[in-house]
Design a protein around this ligand. Structure first.
Ligand SMILES: [Zn+2]
Ligand SMILES: [Zn+2]
Length: 445
């Protein structure tokens, strides 16, 4: 045995090949081997040392050590990568096209997923075009992914190979802030906020108070790809009653509308208004109706009044003053799904005293709120962002139980750029879902 190997064998009580084989526990020391390695590696991983102490399960510490070529890096196994393919944009002005990249194989707590379907969300379009000024390129969108589990890490207990699972907007969070501890990862207050499924983390290192990146990744690649590797806690179970392609949009559009309906305690018999009748709006209408609410949708597109009738809800043109006048002070809750700056004041007038209008579509300033109206009747205008992992599972189960799901149009990945144009023009009826099997037509290897 070589000198270095003898040393390692003494410290670990086993041959070095065993020490590099995974996050198992050393029965003699009763300390996770990787934890010891991570602490030992602080010379090489200075930048990450505080977080490595708190989260020894993270692989980032090991990566940092390897890059720094510190003492311990000699014994750290290089992660095996999965050659992956997807559709990405290289610049804000370029279209999405085939992009080859590597994903690290599943770690002990991770699940590997062969993506079957991925929904097209309006925020994908915003992100690809850098409309929020935070896009990191190449940008591979997709946060409504459903697929089959192909491999699980050693510690995974929640999912098994062959399960149909979903991945929504988040793939990790800090897990230690008040929001995370309360089960609301979507409001994570950690230095980097939550780790978005693509273009993550939400707060990159350069904007974090500490200048660090606890996730070790500054540009995650989303579900417009053939594979995803995700921590088991952030992987959702798709109930048997939901078709995988129909489940995909529930992972963002569904939970984004379900979460505020639940938080503001919408009940059977409540009068609920939905402003905007696209991808989010039609899911909101279906979910609120399934909750037993009396639903009215406000739309700017006359043809969508027929769609409202088809769903069994009231449809009103949002600029029809004659139709709006008798609705004043009659709603228990209004959800605005309009995806850009808009004037909510005419709809705040429709709320009863003490009730709330929640905007989920526009992540930007709204037109100024008329506080005379809100003060005179103690009304609120609020916001809400996607939903927690628990709420995402809840809405999937809710949709399966009530036999509801989004109206979808399945497209091959090769049509995704045209789909984006239609999403921007508001032509969609109502959610595009990409059949990821069509990616194979372009992949050579
Ligand atoms: Zn989305
Ligand atoms: Zn957190």
């Amino acid at each position: 045995m070589a000198i270095a190997e003898t040393f390692v064998a003494r410290v670990f009580g086993r041959a070095p090949s065993e020490a590099t084989s995974g996050p198992h526990r050393d029965s003699r020391r009763r300390v996770p081997v990787w934890s010891w390695v991570t602490r030992r590696c602080r010379i090489g991983a200075r930048r990450d040392s505080s977080d490595a102490r708190r989260r020894p399960d993270l692989t980032r510490g090991h990566r940092a050590a390897r890059e720094a070529r510190c003492f311990c890096s000699l014994r750290i196994k290089e992660p095996t990568v999965i050659k992956s393919h997807g559709y990405a944009a290289k610049h804000s002005f370029s279209r999405l096209k085939l992009f080859d990249f590597d994903r690290e194989e599943a770690g002990a707590d991770e699940v590997e997923i062969a993506v079957m379907y991925c929904g097209v969300c309006h925020s994908d379009v915003h992100q690809v075009k850098n409309e929020w000024s935070n896009t990191v390129y190449p940008c591979m969108p997709g946060h409504e992914a459903v697929g089959k589990v192909t491999r699980v890490g050693a510690n995974v207990t929640r999912h098994a190979v062959g399960d149909i699972v979903g991945v929504g907007c988040m793939i990790d969070s800090c897990r230690s802030c008040p929001a995370c501890l309360a089960g609301f990862e979507n409001y994570c207050e950690g230095p980097n906020s939550w780790l978005a499924t693509y273009n993550g983390p939400m707060v990159p290192a350069k904007k974090a108070p500490t200048g660090e990146n606890m996730y070790g990744r500054d540009n995650t690649m989303g579900g417009y790809s053939d594979t995803l590797v995700v921590k088991q806690d952030f992987v959702l179970k798709i109930p048997a009653g939901l078709r995988p392609e129909a489940a995909a949009p529930i992972l963002c559009a569904g939970v984004t509308t379900y979460s505020p309906l639940r938080h503001w305690k919408v009940q059977a018999g409540d009068k609920v208004g939905i402003l905007g009748f696209g991808g989010l709006g039609h899911m909101a209408a279906k979910i609120a109706k399934a909750m037993g609410a009396q639903v009215t949708v406000f739309t700017s597109t006359r043809e969508k009044l027929d769609e409202a009738a088809r769903l069994g809800v009231e449809g009103v043109m949002e600029d029809d003053k004659k139709a709006l006048a008798p609705l004043k002070a009659s709603f228990d809750f209004i959800l605005s799904t309009v995806p850009q700056k808009h004037n909510v004041n005419p709809f705040v007038e429709l709320l009863k005293r003490d009730k709330t209008l929640v905007a989920v579509g526009a992540l930007e300033p709204l037109a100024p709120i008329n506080n005379m109206e809100t003060a005179m009747h103690r009304k609120s205008v609020a916001g809400s962002l996607i939903g927690s992992i628990a709420e995402t599972q809840e809405v999937l189960d809710f949709c399966a139980r009530h036999g509801i799901g989004p109206d979808i149009e399945i497209i091959p990945i090769q049509q995704v750029n045209d789909a984006y144009d239609k999403v921007e023009d508001g032509e969609v009826r109502f959610r595009y879902v990409i059949d990821m099997a069509t990616l194979a037509d372009e992949v050579k290897d």
